[in-house]
Each structure stands twice: as structure tokens, then as C-alpha cells.
Design a protein around this ligand. Structure first.
Ligand code: NDP
Length: 450
């Protein structure tokens, strides 16, 4: 690593020593941009990296609400407005009990690079709360969302900061958040949130976009490496949420056989191929547990999760798609996947692969689609939703899907171009970091010391 990069990494570690996820994300980016930093010695004089790893602003706030028993609960809310370099802050809201400042900062940092890769004018942000939406009634969810938005509204706006969904925040939550925003502002600012319902300004294909985009990226990656295809490949997908469900749908449309999906408690293995209608019924309608799949398909198997290694990665597969959460694919799991002959990994979740597992995949020549490129379809389609809101116009599903496909193909091509230009073979993770950093660094240099 060059001396400037090393200095910034050490300073970042010292300043943020209690934020492991954030440091992991910064380390991952800084360790792959050496060629560009060496090509541009002027970056050090303008403290470009120091500014890139420091959020423009972090907002943390109290979220008091009353549960159905009449008890007062206090959660903590966050919005990390990391970078407005190339557009308004943009990134989802996560409601999960694991949420803390480190996780918010890592997600917002990743988002800057991801958004730059889309080629669209969007900056990087992320937010959320340590509120756990599991087993809450609709009314509790609504009261929480209203309280959360009562504070958040003063910090966001369609040209300032545009949140969307993430873990625990789907169409229902976005609806309640939007309703409260509109009520307080007394104006219809459609573009202030994305992932909205179709009846009030949402975009067709937004719900499908992250999962579909992941499969479009995977298709391009397989094609570029020995002209392989997704058809007839066996696929396992962790998670059973928004990203996992629509990755499954597109993989099946492309002729793959998806044999396993999971949630935080365990995974189901259906050797005949997952029935996605059943998963949608359990997860999107009933909001139940994946184990209930066995009630509909008794021939499937359920593997309970016993420790940090999800049982899904012990199942033999050609393509593994981690689509649940950060650091869910460990070194142990990576070894199992490689021993079982995996050929490609596609990150649907953000930073789902630990650093050690990632290195093992790269050293074993396993094709690797990195999150910040491969799951960028969601935010890209959010930007398309913002455009439709500004134009007061709706595009058809096919129009949006076509744009998504083009964007994902372009993202893959820029990862490939940068990886090849800097002699990194098919290390698309490094290619993604270099491509995004190149664009961001030039914008930062042009805008002066801000
Ligand atoms: P959802 O809330 O819809 O689904 C999350 C899924 O992951 C659920 O099945 C959940 O299971 C599982 N999960 C959550 N925590 C854990 C855990 N600790 N271990 C194992 N499984 C877990 O979220 P999304 O599908 O929207 O998001 C999934 C990932 O994709 C996240 O990393 C998110 O940041 C990323 N992402 C999402 C985008 C989007 O458009 N939605 C865009 C880009 C990235 P359970 O129900 O048991 O908790």
C-alpha cells in the first residue's frame, strides 16, 4: 500500500476504532485504489482521501413512540449524509435491532461508490433505526414511522436527501413515512422518498430492481468469462426479502434452478427447485418464517441455523447469491462453497462476504460480483423513480426494466474495463472501486476544498 493510503487508513482507524463495519468498508476501498492514487499525487495535497472517508454530516435523534400496550418505547434514529459530491444524498433506511452508527456509516460509504457506478446524479447516504419491526402490529409500525419522520423531515428533501427502503423497510413503511412527511410539509414532494407505492408516485419495476439487476450483472459476468450462461445452473440465495425474492424470480426466468433460500433462523432446501409463489405468500403476504415452506412442500428440507455460519452455504451449488445482510458469508462458508464446486458469487446484500472469504474466492479464481456494482440496480431505479416524479410522468414496466438492464450492463463493463486497464484480471471488486473512485475524485478536485 502506498504511504498516503496507509496514513489515511491509520488515521481512519484511530478516529473510528469502535466502528468495525465502517473500517472494513473503508479498508476494502482504499486497498484497491493504489494505482489511481499514485497516478494523481495532487490528491494528497488537497486531502482528498481524508475528505472522502469523513461524512459531511451525521444526524442522530430520539424516536419515542407508544406500543399497543400503552408503553413508551425510545429508539435511536440515524441519517448519515456522507457525500453530496455528485447529487443529493441517496440511500435507504434500515430498521433492524442491529443498527448502530458503524453499520450506518459503512452502508453510507458504500453507497457513495455504488451510486457513482450507476452513472446517475446521486450522492451517498444511509439511515435507519435500532427499531425491530418483527412481531409488531401494523399500528405500531405506523406510529414508529410517524415519529421517525417527524424528526427526519427537517433534514431531507427531493433536492437534498432522498431515502428509500432497506432491511425492515418495505412498501408499507415507505407509505407511512411518506404520509407523515406530506402531512408536516403540507406539500406533495413526490421525489422525497423512493420505493413508493404505485398509486402515489412509485415506479414500476422498483420492487424487482435490485434482484433483477443482480442477475443481469451475473449474466454479463458469466458471458465475459468463457461465454457461460445462467441457464441450467444451480443457484442458492440467502435471505427471503426484497432482494432475494426478485433475484430468484429473474434467475428462474433465465432458466436457473434455485434450490435454497433462507431467513435469519434457517434455510430451506428444495431439490426440485424453490416454488417462488410459496415464498412470496409466506414472506410478502403473511410476513411469516421460511420454515413454513415445509407446510406447502413437505418434500423440502429445513436446516436450522446453529451459529454464525448459515447452513445454506453447505449446499452444493454453481452460483451462490448472498442477499441477506453484512458479513453473512464467512471464511468457513467460503471453503465449503469452493469444495462443493461453486463457480460464481453474486453479492445482492451489502458487504455480505467477509474480507477473508472474499480473498479466498479471488485466490481460487471464483468469479465474484461485488455488492457495490452488482446490487446497484435498486438505487439506479430509485433515481429513475425520482426522474419520473420530476417529470410528473410514468414509464411502463418494460421501459424501466430495459433501462435497468442497460445500466447493469454498463456497470459490469466499467468494472471490467478498469480491472483490465490496471492488470487485475477479472477482479471486478477492484475494478468497481477504481471506476467509482476515478469519477468521485475528479468531482472532488473540481469542487475545491469543501
Ligand atoms: P428485507 O428486509 O426485505 O430482507 C432481509 C432478509 O435477510 C430477510 O429474509 C431476513 O430474515 C434476512 N436477514 C436479516 N438479517 C439477517 C441475519 N443477521 N442473518 C441472516 N439473515 C438475515 O431486506 P432487503 O432484501 O431489502 O435487503 C437485503 C440486503 O440487500 C441488505 O444488505 C440491504 O442493504 C441490501 N440491499 C437492498 C436493496 C433494496 O433495494 N432493498 C438495494 C441494495 C442493497 P429475517 O426475516 O429472519 O430477519
Amino acid at each position: 500500500m502506498n504511504s498516503y493510503l496507509e496514513k489515511v487508513l491509520n488515521e481512519t482507524k484511530n478516529k473510528n476504532c469502535n466502528e468495525p463495519e465502517f473500517l472494513q468498508a473503508v479498508n476494502e476501498v482504499l486497498s484497491s485504489i493504489k494505482p489511481l492514487v499514485e497516478k494523481h499525487p495532487e490528491y494528497e495535497k488537497i486531502a482528498l482521501l481524508e475528505r472522502m472517508v469523513e461524512p459531511e454530516r451525521i444526524i442522530s435523534f430520539r424516536v419515542p413512540w407508544v406500543n399497543d400496550k400503552g408503553e413508551v418505547i425510545v429508539n435511536r434514529g440515524y441519517r448519515v449524509q456522507f457525500s453530496s459530491l455528485i447529487g443529493p444524498y441517496k440511500g435507504g433506511l434500515r430498521f433492524d435491532k442491529s443498527v448502530n452508527q458503524s453499520i450506518m456509516k459503512f452502508l453510507a460509504f458504500e453507497q457513495i461508490f455504488k451510486n457513482a457506478l450507476t452513472g446517475l446524479p446521486i450522492g451517498g447516504g444511509k439511515g435507519g433505526s435500532d427499531f425491530d419491526p418483527k412481531e409488531k402490529s401494523d399500528n405500531e409500525i405506523m406510529r414508529f414511522c410517524q415519529s421517525f419522520m417527524t424528526e427526519l423531515q427537517r433534514h431531507i428533501g427531493q433536492d437534498v436527501d432522498v431515502p428509500a427502503g432497506d432491511i425492515g423497510v418495505g412498501a408499507r413503511e415507505i407509505g407511512y413515512l411518506f404520509g407523515q412527511y406530506k402531512r408536516i410539509k403540507d406539500a406533495y414532494e413526490g421525489g422525497v422518498l423512493t420505493g413508493k407505492g404505485l398509486s402515489y408516485g412509485g415506479s414500476l419495476a422498483r420492487k424487482e430492481a435490485t434482484g433483477y439487476g443482480l442477475i443481469y450483472f451475473m449474466r454479463e459476468m458469466l458471458k465475459a468469462n468463457g461465454n457461460q450462461s445462467i441457464e441450467d445452473k444451480t443457484v442458492t440465495i440467502s435471505g427471503a426479502g426484497n432482494v432475494a425474492i426478485y433475484a430468484c424470480e429473474k434467475a428462474q426466468q433465465f432458466g436457473a434452478k434455485v434450490v435454497a433460500m433462507s431467513d435469519s433462523q434457517g434455510c430451506i432446501y428444495d431439490k426440485d427447485g424453490i416454488n417462488l409463489d410459496t415464498i412470496k405468500q409466506i414472506k410478502e403476504v403473511k410476513r411469516g418464517r421460511i420454515k413454513e415452506y415445509l407446510e406447502y412442500h413437505p418434500n423440502a428440507e429445513y436446516l436450522q441455523r446453529e451459529n454464525e455460519d448459515s447452513p445454506i452455504w453447505t449446499i452444493k451449488t454453481d452460483i451462490a447469491l448472498p442477499c441477506a445482510t453484512q458479513n453473512e458469508l464467512t471464511l468457513n462458508s467460503a471453503k465449503k462453497l469452493i469444495n462443493n464446486g461453486v463457480i460464481a458469487i453474486g453479492e445482492g446484500a451489502n458487504m455480505p462476504t467477509t474480507q477473508e472469504a472474499f480473498e479466498l474466492f479471488i485466490n481460487n479464481n471464483i468469479l465474484f460480483a461485488p455488492a457495490k456494482a452488482a446490487n446497484a440496480g435498486g438505487v439506479a431505479t430509485s433515481a429513475i423513480e425520482m426522474s419520473q416524479n420530476s417529470m410528473r410522468y410514468y414509464m411502463t414496466f418494460e421501459e424501466v426494466d430495459k433501462k435497468l438492464e442497460t445500466i447493469m450492463t454498463n456497470i459490469f463493463n466499467s468494472c471490467k474495463k478498469y480491472a483490465e486497464e490496471y492488470k487485475l484480471g477479472n477482479n471486478y471488486a477492484a475494478g468497481a472501486n477504481l471506476a467509482a473512485f476515478d469519477k468521485l475524485a475528479e468531482a472532488m478536485k473540481a469542487q475545491g476544498i469543501v
